[in-house]
Design a protein. Structure first.
Length: 326
């Protein structure tokens, strides 16, 4: 989840200040007396917070602790001193993570050891829910700026054209460069017609694999968010892509050997297919990651950019392998 708007100022509205606070010298009986007297004024009574003479937060205990202790028991005997607390500058997402990790119903907010208030579970869960919806919209292709419009028909025509056309124009220039690059190999294409025949094949399989990886990565980013270990995730995707590339390359080799009776040409094209698929997988991952980092719209931007880069890289690799081995 990613909600960069959450800062010190927006965190203030989540802080509950009407909470039970007692001194460290209190007993179970005196705490019950305070709760009965002030119960209607509290926003939350899941935990009782304990302060010292300097009003520093020194501990906490659950209200359930009071019901199985003798009334004269000092609270310091069952006080939990290993506190999980945050400062007012802490991002709400981090607070939510701490609450979930430590199974807490509330997190105290302190400044210079002084208790300011708490972030309750209700606030935490509502924040998680809202941030998750925003991320899912974003990764589904609904750009942040588009969230201002409930109906896509209300988005200004110029804005729609600007957002979509700019990426497509970049892709068009990339396609022109690819056409110029292919033109450099006219003699090779004339000599080996099968090489030209397999250009659409290598472009298709590379683009299809890149699209698959990109779609899965976007979905995982939306669902898992910061829990993704990018290094481990990349290594796993490369392993999967390698297995796919090996399978596709073997099928290509046997197909060319069977129908065209050209096993060596089949080996050359199959090698090019394998390398293209590996490179395409890596570029698709990195492009998606870069677009996410720079906060562009992934649905509008990543598709055209990933496609043209995948096409160009696969064609370049294809001809490098072909020229080197033929």
């Amino acid at each position: 989840m990613k909600n960069n708007k959450e800062n010190t100022h927006t965190l203030e509205k989540y802080i509950l200040t009407k909470i039970p606070v007692v001194k460290k010298t209190a007993t179970v009986k005196s705490v019950f007396f305070i709760l009965e007297k002030e119960s209607n004024t509290y926003d939350s009574v899941d935990y009782i917070y304990v302060i010292d003479n300097n009003k520093d937060l020194i501990g906490v205990f659950s209200i359930k602790e009071l019901f199985n202790k003798p009334e004269n028991t000092p609270i310091k005997k069952f006080l939990q001193k290993n506190l999980v607390m945050v400062s007012p500058e802490t991002e709400i997402e981090k607070i939510a993570h701490l609450a979930l990790k430590h199974d807490l119903k509330a997190i105290p907010v302190v400044k210079s050891k002084k208790l300011i208030g708490i972030i309750s579970s209700k606030r935490i869960l509502s924040t998680i829910n809202r941030a998750l919806r925003e991320d899912i919209f974003h990764f589904a292709g609904i750009h942040k700026s588009h969230l201002d419009f409930e109906n896509s028909l209300e988005i200004p025509l110029f804005k729609v054209l600007k957002d979509r056309l700019s990426w497509l124009i970049i892709g068009l220039f990339g396609a022109m460069l690819m056409a110029l690059y292919i033109g450099l190999f006219e003699e090779t294409l004339a000599q080996y017609l099968i090489i030209a025949s397999f250009i659409p094949v290598i472009v298709y399989v590379s683009g299809a694999l890149g699209t698959q990886l990109q779609t899965v990565f976007v979905r995982d980013l939306a669902i898992l968010g910061k829990e993704i270990n990018l290094k481990k995730y990349l290594l796993r995707q490369i392993m999967i892509s390698s297995l796919i590339a090996i399978t596709i390359s073997i099928l290509t080799f046997f197909g060319i050997s069977l129908f065209w009776k050209l096993p060596y040409i089949g080996f050359v094209i199959s090698l090019a297919v394998f390398l293209s698929l590996i490179i395409t997988s890596l570029t698709a991952f990195l492009i998606t990651l870069a677009i996410k980092k720079f906060r562009f719209d992934p649905a509008i931007g990543s598709g055209p950019i990933a496609t043209i880069i995948s096409d160009i890289s696969s064609v370049i690799i294809y001809f490098i392998v072909v020229i080197s081995l033929l």
